[in-house]
Structures are given as C-alpha cells and as structure tokens.
Design a protein around this ligand. Structure first.
Ligand SMILES: [Zn+2]
Length: 342
C-alpha cells in the first residue's frame, strides 16, 4: 500500500465515524461506534500498530493523520454523549411534572390608592356633567401665571415655589394652568375637571413632595353663582371623604374673586382637636373661588356675560385623609407591603 491509499483509508474511516455518530440517538449506540473506530481492533489502531512496517518517509505522515482522526472522533463522541445526557435529564424532569396538582395561586392585586380615589373623583364629576380635560405638564409662564392674573414680579408668585427650566418653560406648579387653555379651546358653558401632576420646589417631608397630584375644576356659565360652587364642593367632600361637617373661609388667590377655602371637620379627632388639624378641629381641603374677571379677559370671554367658579384639590392630601395615611412618601414608595394594606 502506498501512502496515498493509507491516508485515504484513514480519511474514510473518520468521515464514516462522524456520520454514524450523528445518526445515533442512544448512549449505548454511541459507545458501540466509539469501540468500532477507536477500539483495540479498529482500523486506526491497527495502522498504528503496524506503522514500523511502512517506509520511513511515510511513517510520520501516516502517524500524524491517524492521531488527528483519533482526536476528532474522540471529540465528536464526547460532545454527543454530553448532549444526550442533557436531553435525557430534561426529558426526565418533564416526566416528573404532575399535571393533576393544583396550580400556584396568583396574588390578587388592586389599583393604587391614588388611582382608586382619582377614578372615584372622575366618576363623581362626570356624573354631574363634567368633562375630563388635560394640559401639558411642562407649561409656559403665560398659562401658569400671567393668564391667571399673576403677572411677573407680582408678590403672589412667591406662593408657588417654581422650578425654572433653561428654555424658559416651567413644570406647572398647579393644574390651574389648564383653565385658560380650556377656555381658549372650548366655548362656554363649560364644566371640566383636569387631573394631573404638578411640581414645586419644596423640601420633602411627610406632607410635601416636589411632585404631587391635583385635580382642577372649572365651571363657566351665564348664571354661575357662588351657591353652585358651595353645593358642588360640599357634595364632593361628602362623597369622596365622607365629610359630615364643612365650612367655607375667605382666602386670597389671584385668579379668583372672592377666594375661599373649603374645610372639613377633622376626620381624625372629629372636631375635638389633634396634631393633624393643629388642634383647630378643621382641615383645609379645597381652595376655590369665583373666576376673576381678568382671567376671563385673558381667555377671551366677556366677564359681563359669563360667570364661573374654579377649584383645585390637592389630590394626594385627599388620599391621605381618606385612608388615614400620615406620610405622603409612603404612597409613592412603591412598597407593596404598604400598598397591599389599602
Ligand atoms: Zn384633628
């Protein structure tokens, strides 16, 4: 045999072994093939055993070729054996699943308390014919201040600790910014509420965050009266907070005239006085008032023809009062141990 013939034989043996291995699906079969090609009496080992009989110049080539084939066969065998092992263990595991066992019970979740009270509020106001509107959270100072009768350099601007952005816009400090936007976009009569996030430059504590939720309300009609405002807001705190006693106090807000604060009897001490109500027996819940004629003018509505009232509910505060939460930060913590208690 010349060297070409021997090398051809080695190559054929290697190729045949690979084909046989890849067609085999049992571990026993793999071992059988392994024995045939790398066993004591295999072709490759026979060539090696008789290598001294070959011409000295072809011994090296044949030796290298046999060793190379042996390494490849060994690798193929080990890889396939490993794959088969993994496949079998997966098969065993899937056979162990007892389909008759009861499933894992999924945890029941519920809406976030803020969302729940918001949904309740929206439902209540829409039942009275109010429509939900929205405005941008990043606002111009025109809609947030000027159009609400709070001109630049007016001391009243200090009430709202404002973040100012580099481009001159601001994260709105209250949802009142939606008032003039709505009056420009829609023709009166109007009944709208505008829920949304607001931002103020505040130091964070139990009752203040730099971000909070508000619900703005605006009612515009030819015959709108202060008594309409009182009736609607009293009904609101009764429905949302179960308030039994309410009172209105005069207050100053530049965009309303007259301005009022709606207080409810303290839900914690029932009017006796406690730390939450600062021992007054009352808690302020809704700033409100009749729309200022100047605001109507900014919005292009004739104040001699139309009257209206507006209110802004600090929404997180309502949630705190409703659920007796003493730290606002808990509501935004995302802590399920807290939220699951509601
Ligand atoms: Zn109290």
């Amino acid at each position: 045999m010349n060297s070409d013939e021997i090398l051809k034989k080695i190559e054929n043996a290697l190729n045949k072994a690979k084909v046989e291995f890849n067609e085999e699906i049992t571990e026993k079969g793999l071992e059988e093939i392994y024995k045939n090609y790398l066993g004591k009496n295999s072709l490759l080992n026979n060539i090696l055993r008789n290598i001294s009989g070959y011409e000295p110049e072809i011994r090296k080539t044949v030796g290298m070729s046999v060793n190379n084939a042996k390494i490849q066969i060994e690798e193929t065998y080990q890889n396939l054996k490993e794959q088969l092992k993994v496949k079998n263990s997966m098969l065993n595991r899937s056979l162990k699943i007892d389909m008759t066992l009861p499933g894992i019970k999924l945890k029941q979740f519920h809406t976030h308390p803020i969302t729940a009270v918001l949904n309740d509020t929206v439902e209540f106001f829409t039942s009275m014919g109010f429509e939900v509107v929205e405005g941008p959270e990043i606002e111009t100072t025109h809609y947030n201040f000027d159009a609400l009768n709070i001109p630049d350099n007016h001391p009243a601007r200090d009430i709202w600790d404002t973040f100012y952005l580099k481009n001159g816009l601001i994260p709105r400090t209250h949802t009142s910014s939606v008032q003039v936007r709505t009056m420009e976009a829609k023709k009166p009569p109007l009944r709208v509420i505008a829920p949304g996030r607001c931002y103020r430059y505040e130091s964070v504590d139990a009752t203040h965050l730099f971000m909070f939720n508000q619900v703005e309300g605006l009612f515009v009609d030819k015959n709108a009266k202060l008594s309409d405002l009182k009736g609607i807001l009293e009904a609101t705190v009764k429905r949302l907070l179960g308030a039994k006693k309410t009172r209105f106090r005069p207050a100053f807000y530049p965009f309303v005239e007259p301005g009022l604060d709606l207080d409810i009897e303290c839900v914690f001490c029932h009017g006796k006085g406690c730390s939450v109500c600062k021992f007054s027996g009352w808690i302020e819940v809704i700033p409100c008032g009749m729309v200022h004629p100047k605001v109507f003018e900014y919005a292009g509505i004739n104040p001699a023809e139309y009257k209206g009232f507006a209110f802004g509910m600090g929404f997180d505060r309502l949630v705190m009062l409703k659920y007796n939460v003493n730290d606002l930060r808990l509501l935004y913590s995302g802590n399920l141990d807290v939220l699951n208690q509601f």
